[in-house]
Design a protein around this ligand. Structure first.
Ligand code: TGC
Ligand code: FAD
Length: 388
């Protein structure tokens, strides 16, 4: 396999710092060496490549833009580029890193006590511990504020009852950040593996994100000690703040999946001959390849400017929604067109395109569906909320 060079139609490399380019290139070559050779088999078997976690931790992929607790202290743009390169390998590996960084380390860092931070952040950063984030329930997905999971103050702590659904990393997590209704509003709790009454069965038979663990979390009279409530949480807003971080990473990550699909389709079209010439020489095939490069270039510009805004504290939630919505949609469309260009070969695991395509169906839905992000941007530009 030839070395992946990336797609840089608009010379965006020149807009990155030297450090950002170095980080991108390091993760790019790591993904080529470590993810791509093993990922098809994991996807076929329905297993997560857990063997990569410690190395990802050692290389600084988790909590990469955080500055304390041993984290790498990189720019938000560099942390986005890490997600892009991981997702060129597989959306499931990027999902793991997103959850660990944005949905577990971020809330502990932002809403946690000093003791919680000291206890969990170094271990999560290094990959010694794994985390998950439980917001969605079977009956409350797009509308998480309707959640039914409850925590009630009792002697010695909080009694947690309820369940969460579709939780990435759930079964393998050492700690779950769980959102529950209390008499004081929605609050976040750290539920540790082994807590009596807590189970996390894996959801099997997915056709998408097969190389990622997705689980149900069940809480039956779980006693959560006082020291495990995230003290600075006071409402659904805090859970939504975490989503902004993960959606930002997804906006970058989706570009990686799209680049993998484009490169595969272009290379294939150059060598696949029909009617006596390479199919890349037909106008209709060129139209598809042109769509891909145009949309990837636009997505790169969106993600980069969003990164720069984030570095200035100006990546508003609606701006993040616009990028998540757009970049995942164009990645999915790129994957579908790439599959088309590959003809019958597009439905085999000989090529990564089918895997990316079905993975992106999950990415389209999670972290706010395409339509929910449409409504978030719509509310921002009209001032009228159309969710309810
Ligand atoms: P709403 O009444 O609009 O807002 C309640 C309060 O929250 C504020 N807010 C936000 N704050 C920070 N960031 C955001 N993104 C925020 N969105 C809203 C809002 O200003 C308000 O504040 P205040 O001070 O007035 O109280 O809330 P709502 O309950 O009506 O929700 C609206 C909606 C649809 C935007 C929201 O619930 C939503 O985003 N739904 C989508 C759900 C979602 O994205 N779930 C993701 C679950 S995690 C996941 O999928 C992980 S996949 C991981 C992987 O494997 O990579
Ligand atoms: P629903 O909310 O039931 O939506 C179904 C359809 O209705 C969608 O098309 C939606 O756009 C549409 N719809 C809903 N409301 C409106 C409206 N107001 N206007 C117009 N259309 C609307 N959650 C977590 O908490 N943690 C995780 O780690 C996590 N990981 C996930 C991993 C995977 C592989 C998947 C698939 C999901 C994961 N999720 C996770 C859950 C994910 O966030 C939800 O699936 C998502 O928020 C959508 O919720 P839902 O599936 O209940 O769909």
């Amino acid at each position: 396999m030839s070395e992946f060079k990336g797609i840089d139609f608009y010379e965006m490399d020149g807009l990155l710092t030297e450090e950002e380019r170095q980080v991108r290139d390091m993760v790019r070559s790591w993904a080529s060496d470590k993810i791509i050779p093993i990922i098809e088999e994991h996807a076929r078997e329905g297993t997560f490549p857990r063997e990569l976690v410690r190395e990802m931790g050692e290389l600084g992929f988790f909590g990469a833009s955080m500055t304390e607790y041993g984290c790498a202290g990189l720019s938000h743009t560099a942390s986005g580029l890490i997600m892009q390169e991981l997702e060129r390998g597989d959306s499931g590996v990027r999902s793991f890193a997103s959850v660990q960084s944005s949905l577990v380390m971020y809330p502990i860092f932002t809403f946690g006590s000093e003791a919680q931070k000291k206890s969990w952040l170094p271990r999560l950063r290094s990959g010694e511990a794994i985390g998950c984030f439980g917001l969605t329930e079977a009956d409350h997905g797009s509308d998480p504020g309707g959640m039914e999971t409850r925590a009630r103050r009792v002697e010695g702590g909080w009694l947690l009852n309820g369940s969460k659904m579709w939780i990435t990393n759930g079964t393998i997590a050492d700690v779950a950040v769980v959102w529950a209704k209390t008499e004081e509003g929605i609050r976040g709790f750290l539920v540790e593996k082994g807590t009596p009454g807590y189970t996390a069965p894996e959801i099997r038979n997915k056709f998408s994100l097969r190389a990622s663990v997705t689980s149900e979390l069940v809480f039956q009279d779980c006693l959560i000690p006082h020291e495990n409530i995230l003290p600075e949480t006071s409402g659904i807003k805090n859970a939504l703040q975490c989503l902004n971080q993960a959606r930002y990473g997804i906006a970058w990550g989706a570009i990686g999946a799209a680049m993998a699909c484009f490169e595969t389709a272009r290379d294939y079209a150059l060598v696949r001959t029909q009617f006596g010439k390479p199919i890349a020489g037909f106008q209709l095939v060129q139209e598809k390849l042109t769509y891909m490069v145009t949309e990837i270039t636009k997505a790169q510009l969106l993600a980069l400017q969003l990164g720069r805004l984030k570095e200035q504290g100006r990546a508003r939630a609606d701006r993040v929604s616009l990028a998540k919505r757009n970049n995942v949609a164009i990645a999915l469309q790129t994957a579908r067109l790439a599959r088309d260009i590959l003809g019958a070969n597009g439905i085999t695991s000989e090529y990564p395109v089918g895997r990316h395509m079905v993975n992106l169906e999950s990415v389209h839905t999670y972290e706010g569906t395409y339509d929910i992000h449409t409504l978030i941007v719509g509310a921002s530009i009209t001032g009228i909320e159309a969710f309810k």
